[in-house]
Design a protein around this ligand. Structure first.
Ligand SMILES: *Cc1c(COP(=O)(O)O)cnc(C)c1O
Length: 231
């Protein structure tokens, strides 16, 4: 199942890239494996997927030790400050930094572990009450502050678009995130590159790619529906 799903997702990514006149290698597929067992992750691994996304610190900690070390783990969910220490040496990229306070904690733990942590800034472009993330208006100021932290590199922006049946509904939000990244890049802030745009999920990743996404986070489309009631 995972194999067939991945083939379908890959085709969709390729056609979206083609439509947008982009190269396939500009877009990284992150397989969102949250709630899914190691056996399914391994099915994706043998299909050459190396980027996996999890939204819980606990799950990364459970899966990390038993999976191959060439996997790049992405923390895509809300991160509590007291849990930063558990993932600082395990994840490739934290997508969900939405406050200076969280970044301070990441700086502290990164320094202790003698690593440089790559992060994205999460922006709530649709202004949904239920979502984490900075407003478009406050994003630049927060970035300017975090940019001074020596053990953090800001690589770009991330957003979670609203849940919708029609992916076209989210096109304006993807456009907005892209524009914000372009605007911030033009400011040439030290320690800040804006080359990563993490946007697009199962319902809307093709539209996100057309609007400039460089990282799509696909869960259901690869691993099937999630069952949260299982345990
Ligand atoms: C669960 C999740 C995804 C994947 O969602 P699907 O709709 O299953 O593709 C992507 N991004 C974040 C932040 C998530 O929490």
């Amino acid at each position: 199942m995972v194999k067939n799903n991945l083939q379908q997702v890959e085709q969709n990514i390729e056609s979206a890239c083609k439509k947008a006149g982009r190269n396939r290698d500009e877009v990284t597929l992150i397989a969102v494996s949250k709630t899914k067992p190691v056996s399914l992750i391994e099915e994706a691994y043998v299909e050459n997927i190396r980027d996996f996304g999890e939204n819980k610190v606990q799950e990364i900690n459970d899966k990390y030790p038993v999976m191959n070390k060439d996997i790049r783990w992405h923390l895509i969910g809300h991160l509590q400050r007291n849990k930063v220490k558990y993932i600082i040496d395990k994840v490739k990229l934290i997508h969900s930094v939405d406050s200076v306070r969280l970044a301070e904690q990441i700086q502290h733990e990164a320094e202790k572990n003698n690593v440089i942590m790559d992060i994205l800034i999460q922006v709530n472009v649709a202004n949904e009450d239920t979502k984490f993330g900075l407003s478009v208006e406050e994003t630049e100021d927060v970035i300017r502050t975090i940019a001074t932290f020596p053990n953090i590199r800001i690589k770009g922006l991330m957003t979670i678009a609203p849940f919708t049946d029609n992916p076209e509904d989210n096109r304006p939000f993807f456009k907005k995130l892209k524009q914000l990244a372009v605007d911030i890049k033009e400011k040439n802030i030290d320690n800040v590159t804006m080359d990563c745009l993490s946007m697009g999920m199962t319902g809307d990743y093709q539209v996100a790619i057309e609007e400039g996404s460089t990282m799509v986070r696909v869960g259901t489309g690869i691993f099937g529906e999630r069952n949260y009631n299982k345990d």
